[in-house]
Design a binder for this molecule. Structure first.
Ligand code: KG4
Ligand code: ZN
Length: 338
């Protein structure tokens, strides 16, 4: 079973991605990012579906070529069933079903959120994978949650955002600053040149392990509106300091709850996953806690943090080994619990 060759397909949001996994090794992981959404300052679902349909065959072909694998060599097709944008998911789902039927191989459905977490088990994601049970802070443009991972498919969400996701906060605050979409990586880059203690923004006071990010977005908006009245070029003159301060605030909010959860559950195996785990401020905070609190930290390789098909293929492989196959009547689902 370990020499299985799995094709993974991801199309839940605005990245069309395909990957080939042999055993635990990624042979290719191709992604076409849809630039079209930049013009609109966010993902436009209808345009995303159409771009997936244009991209999916070239991307899958590229994945086969890069892996040096023929279509008829694959053991199974894994695809993202949800959660995500329904129109986008339908493209990947229909394609995966047709390909599995055409090649007469098993079809395997994958939960996108589980995939972000289980990306840690890809051969070259980490020097060594996390040990169960571990905590995983899953932070992306659509999700922010702390997950207690007891086993591969035994996960419990112990805290989550009650409004915006952390990536969404980065993107929306970036929009206020006039930055392109997605603003998260741009804020990260600019923050490196700024003073993180220049400005303070309101932080939420929520119980347990839940998050809220709409407050900080409003706090930044009101602050900017007030300052611009006094100085119309306030943003331009302070952009790096603003980015550094926003990043510090978001990272502090994320880490505070994660630290509380780790202490309460007595867990020192702590991982991060999802697009925002590429953030250098968050990575630095994790490293600090490894030293200060003795955490064993797990930060996957960059290409496995943002949306990618390698993580989908990884989960499909775990299910393949258990013989967990989907029926060809399976359909995409926009909401899909862990
Ligand atoms: O996981 P992902 O690729 O897609 C979703 O499932 O949402 O995450 C995309 C999110 C975007 O909000 C983007 O701004 C954010 O991840 N992001 C970052 C960084 N790189 C990506 N946010 C902060 N710092 C970064 N370096
Ligand atoms: Zn994602």
């Amino acid at each position: 079973m370990s020499d299985s060759i799995i094709l993974g397909i991801e199309s839940s949001c605005d990245d069309t991605s395909a990957a080939v996994l042999k055993g635990n090794k990624i042979l290719s992981n191709i992604a076409a990012n849809q630039k079209i959404h930049m013009e609109y300052g966010g993902v436009v679902p209808e345009l995303a579906s159409r771009a997936h349909q244009q991209n999916i065959i070239p991307v899958v072909n590229q994945a086969f070529i890069k892996a040096n694998i023929q279509q008829n060599e694959i053991s199974a097709v894994g695809f993202t069933r949800g959660p995500g944008l329904l129109g986008s998911l339908l493209v990947g789902t229909s394609f995966a079903k047709s390909l599995a039927m055409g090649l007469n191989v098993p079809l395997i459905e994958v939960n996108h959120l589980q995939a972000h977490i289980l990306a840690h088990f890809i051969d070259d994601a980490n020097p060594k994978p996390p040990a169960f049970p571990f905590l995983c802070l899953t932070v992306s443009g659509g999700h922010t949650m702390i997950v207690l991972v007891k086993n591969y498919f035994d996960m419990e969400i112990i805290g989550k955002t009650i409004d915006d996701a952390a990536g969404e906060a980065f993107d929306k605050i970036g929009k206020i600053f006039g930055l392109d979409y997605p603003a998260g990586p741009i804020i990260d880059k600019l923050a490196k040149k700024g003073d993180a203690n220049s400005f303070n923004f309101n932080k939420p006071k929520l119980d347990a392990y839940n998050y809220s990010f709409s407050g900080i977005k409003t706090s930044v908006l009101y602050f900017i509106q007030k300052e611009i009245k006094k100085n119309p070029v306030f943003i331009t003159e302070n952009l790096e300091n603003l980015c550094a301060s926003v990043q510090r605030s978001i990272v502090e909010i994320l880490m505070q709850k994660l630290e509380k959860a780790a202490a309460d559950f007595g867990i020192k195996e702590v991982a991060i996953a999802g697009g925002v785990s590429a953030n250098s401020g968050l990575r630095e905070a994790m490293l600090k806690n490894a030293e200060k609190l003795g955490w064993n930290i797990y930060i996957p390789k960059f290409e496995y943090t943002t949306d990618n098909a390698a993580m989908i293929a990884m989960v499909a492989k775990l299910k393949y080994d258990r013989g967990e196959f989907a029926d060809l009547s399976v359909s995409a689902t926009a909401r899909y619990d862990i």
